[in-house]
Design a protein around this ligand. Structure first.
Ligand SMILES: Cc1cc2nc3c(=O)[nH]c(=O)nc-3n(C[C@H](O)[C@H](O)[C@H](O)COP(=O)(O)O)c2cc1C
Length: 155
């Protein structure tokens, strides 16, 4: 049977709804210039190299985490467990300008080996990354980090 395909031109906002949101989420843990840690929920992240292993994260210029990443060139990328839904929501809706998200969530962590950023114990996996490149992409900047240490959670 012949399928009838209707293709109609749409505006970007309508069409982009068909990219499932959120496809996957992660938390990036960063540090500000006073030494306070911050966590941001991210949907826009991906692997960008096998060897060396690298991840890219795209951070909006209005985010507190963007300021942190300008000053401190490391981030930990945590793949959250299913049990971390509430923490992921909080880190995606509140800013580190107003609250200490690590304290408010009460998440358990240990000091990472690379830059002593928190490695979240409840995460399925954590990747300690050092920023090697950054590229401005409209109102976001893509920070590319080389993975230096990887951690596996219990789940
Ligand atoms: C599911 C979800 C995905 C998100 N993905 C991103 C992202 O990829 N990049 C980004 O800059 N902000 C993203 N955000 C928004 C930030 O997490 C949010 O603005 C956060 O409060 C910023 O915190 P900060 O000001 O402490 O950096 C996302 C939020 C949610 C809820």
């Amino acid at each position: 049977m012949k399928r009838i395909k209707i293709l109609e031109q749409s505006n970007f906002n309508e069409a982009v709804n068909f990219v499932k949101h959120p496809a996957k989420v992660a938390l990036a843990i960063v540090k500000d210039n006073k030494g306070k840690f911050n966590m941001i929920t991210l949907e826009w992240f991906m692997r960008t190299s096998l060897n060396p292993p690298m991840f890219a994260i795209s951070i909006g210029h209005s985010r507190y985490s963007y300021q942190c990443l300008q000053d401190f060139r490391y981030f930990n990328l945590c793949i959250p467990s299913k049990e971390m839904v509430e923490e992921v929501k909080l880190c995606g809706t509140k800013s580190g300008r107003d609250i200490d998200k690590l304290e408010v969530t009460g998440l358990d962590w240990l000091k990472g080996r690379l830059a002593q950023l928190p490695v979240l114990k409840d995460g399925v996996a954590n990747f300690e990354c050092e920023i090697t490149t950054q590229v401005k992409s409209g109102d976001h900047t893509i920070f590319v980090g080389e993975v230096k240490h990887s951690w596996l959670g219990e789940k």
